[in-house]
Design a protein. Sequence first.
Length: 289
Amino acid sequence: MQAYCAVVKEGGFSAAARKLGISKVVVSRAVSALESELGIRLLHRTTRQMSTTEEGQAYFERCAPLLEEFQLLDDAIKFEHANAKGKLRLAVPSEAFSQQYLTPVWIKFAQAYPDIELDIMMSDRYIDIVEEGYDAAIRIGKLQDSSLIAKKIADMELVLCASPDYLKQHATIDHPEQLSEHQLVVDSNFRGGQSWSFTKGREEVSVRASGKIRVNSTLAVSSFIQSGFGIGTCLSFLVEDKINSGELVRLLPEWNLMQGGVYIVYSHRKHLSNKVQVFSQFLADNCFK
């Protein structure tokens, strides 16, 4: 099975042999033995090219995930955490959060685990880690129901903010419904529609999040707010220092806007992977410390 999948992935017997570190003859014999055992032809072979039969393609598509599961199981048994190795593909938010909080942790992790190769994709679009082949992702906010395993790294909430200059020039806000009378700066990163939902006890208020400025960057949102362009929502840990220094003012603190967390998520198929386990624990031990 390993030899056959390598031939399909690499596009030929010679390339598969180099990938597996064995001779071309051994690879050819292994594939022939597999075809004999199954009683079907898996590959069309000519002197110039090779291709899968219809049955061969179907068999490959079922084999590849099984072989990956076997490899993950073997890795979990064979290697201790200190010996974790291989490529670790991560999908993470871009901009301020990753720069300020994750990059220093990645540097420490790379120093502690030199045998793990980091492949990091910074993007604000929602990435399906299973479909796109990532080992894990960092998610911020309130998680949607899914089949992924999630481990919380830290608590977070969205807070409503404005600059002192903006508040001097506009009416005081005592209730979320009054936001419709104000200029709003909207962070389009957050999934869940075009509204901000506030709760206080049993009272719930939904405010349509529409404004002249919409941007998919938490850092840009806080900059627009700080410059007096309006009222907006920010991640609590990104603006805590500005609120404490008076550069920003938190509005309606008695109302809950959204409470969630910072999570690392990964597929159940990656659960046994040492590289995912050690990274997840390292992140929890070092992020926000």
